[in-house]
Design a protein around this ligand. Structure first.
Ligand SMILES: Nc1ncnc2c1ncn2[C@@H]1O[C@H](COP(=O)(O)OP(=O)(O)OP(=O)(O)O)[C@@H](O)[C@H]1O
Ligand SMILES: [Mg+2]
Length: 224
C-alpha cells in the first residue's frame, strides 16, 4: 500500500535554468520506520534531492509523493501544511536563535504549531532530559558546546513529532564521538516512533548503520 511509504520520488529530474540536469530519473522509496543514507561527492545533487523531497523546490520532471499523496502539483497552502505537520529538516549548522535560551529554542516550533506555552515547556523539558541536557535548559546558545548545540537542534527538529526527517549532513561539523551520538539520537527517534529519515552523510560508518545506503553518481541513484 502506498501509504506505508513516507516518501516516494518517481522519475525525478532537476535542472537549474538552462543548465544540464543535476539529477535525472531518481527513484526513491522510504517506508515508514526506515532510515536511508544518501552519499555522493560534493555537487552531486544531495541537497537538491532533499529540497525536492521537502517540497522546498520543484522537480523539473517526475513526481514527489508524501504519505501517499502526490504533492508535485499541490497548492502552496497544502505544501506548507505538509512541511509543518509531516516533515522536519536537520542541517549541518544549527541555526539556533542566539537571543533565546535552550528551552525557548525548543519551545518555539511548538508555539508556531499552535501548542500552549505550558505544553511547549513540558515537551521541551522532557526532550532535554532524554538528551541529558536538562541542567542546560536556561543556558543561552553561546554558553554551550558545538556538540550540545547540535543536540539542541535535533531536539528542536523532532519536538513536533515529524513523520519524515530530512537531514543534510547533520553531523558534518562534529567530531567522531559527537557525530555518532547525534546520529544515534536521530536513529532512535525514527525507530521508536515509526518515523522515517533520509540522511545525507559523508561518514561511511554512519551510513552503514542505516537500513539502506544510496549513492548519488552522475545524476542517478545507485544502491550500495
Ligand atoms: N539554485 C541553484 N541554481 C543553480 N544551480 C544550483 C542551484 N542549487 C544547486 N545548484 C547546482 O546543483 C549542483 C548540485 O548541488 P547540491 O547542493 O545539490 O550538491 P550536494 O551534493 O548537496 O553538494 P555538497 O556535498 O557540497 O553539499 C551543484 O552543481 C550546484 O551548483
Ligand atoms: Mg549539500
Amino acid at each position: 500500500m502506498s501509504n506505508d511509504l513516507a516518501l516516494e520520488l518517481t522519475s525525478v529530474g532537476k535542472s537549474f535554468g538552462k543548465g544540464s540536469a543535476v539529477v535525472k530519473d531518481i527513484n526513491l522509496r522510504i517506508a515508514k520506520g526506515q532510515v536511508v543514507a544518501l552519499i555522493g561527492s560534493s555537487g552531486s545533487g544531495k541537497t537538491t534531492i532533499l529540497q525536492i523531497a521537502g517540497l522546498l523546490d520543484k522537480p523539473t520532471l517526475g513526481t514527489v509523493t508524501i504519505d501517499g499523496v502526490n504533492c508535485t502539483k499541490a497548492s502552496n497552502k497544502y505544501k506548507t501544511h505538509i512541511r509543518r505537520s509531516f516533515l522536519s529538516f536537520v542541517y549541518q549548522f544549527h541555526y539556533l536563535l542566539q537571543e533565546l535560551s535552550i528551552l525557548e529554542n525548543i519551545m518555539l516550533p511548538q508555539l508556531i504549531a499552535g501548542k500552549s506555552k505550558t505544553e511547549a515547556i513540558r515537551s521541551a523539558q522532557t526532550i532535554l532530559e532524554k538528551f541529558g541536557m536538562e541542567n542546560k535548559a536556561s543556558s543561552m546558545i553561546s554558553e554551550i558546546s558545538g556538540g550540545e548545540r547540535q543536540r539542541v537542534a535535533i531536539a528542536r527538529s523532532i519536538v513536533n513529532s515529524p513523520r519524515l526527517l530530512l537531514a543534510d549532513e547533520p553531523t558534518g561539523n562534529l567530531d567522531p564521538t559527537n557525530s555518532l551520538n547525534v546520529f544515534l539520537l536521530l536513529h532512535s527517534y525514527v525507530k521508536e516512533n515509526d518515523s522515517s529519515m533520509l540522511i545525507v552523510t559523508h561518514n561511511h560508518l554512519l551510513a552503514e548503520k542505516a537500513d539502506c545506503t544510496l549513492q548519488l553518481k552522475d545524476g542517478l541513484l545507485v544502491k550500495l
